[in-house]
Design a protein around this ligand. Sequence first.
Ligand SMILES: [Zn+2]
Length: 173
Amino acid sequence: MDGFLFTNNLSVHTSKHKKMKNGISRHRSAEFTNVYRNQQRWKVIEEDEFEPGECSCCKGKIRLMAGCIENEFEEVEADYWLRIPEGHKGIYTIAVSLDNGDHRRVAVMRGESGKDGLTYWIQSKDQSPWENFGKYGDVMDIDEVLGDIYKSLFFDVVDKVAADDPRLQSQIR
Ligand SMILES: [Zn+2]
């Protein structure tokens, strides 16, 4: 795990999605929600906290942790990982692994808390601070996330984690 990835060119540059170049706000991400799910009954389960990293720019602690979301039947809907650079208030990175559809795959997003609430920036493979998630799937590129039929679910998971994982709260409030 190397230093905090501080790129500002995280925009979505594909022709179809040029208008998203300012990121996708928490509010707007709701537009992608077209799959009915009983998400009121989703539960965030905190899992391991790993050995922290150190930010290459400010030497601040980078907290690394895992969690999952369970549905009302106590089945895992998604696994996720958080990377919280304490020296950079308001910013974190989240990786979400889904196995809906025919294969496991991981979307990596950077969350940014600002006056308009949270904005998520889908990270390309190159921008992802994680290289590989083993059996949880390969890191997807921006186009793959946007083209995924379960795209809305990735955003639902990051919203739920931002709302309910207590370990993230001090970073984004
Ligand atoms: Zn730093």
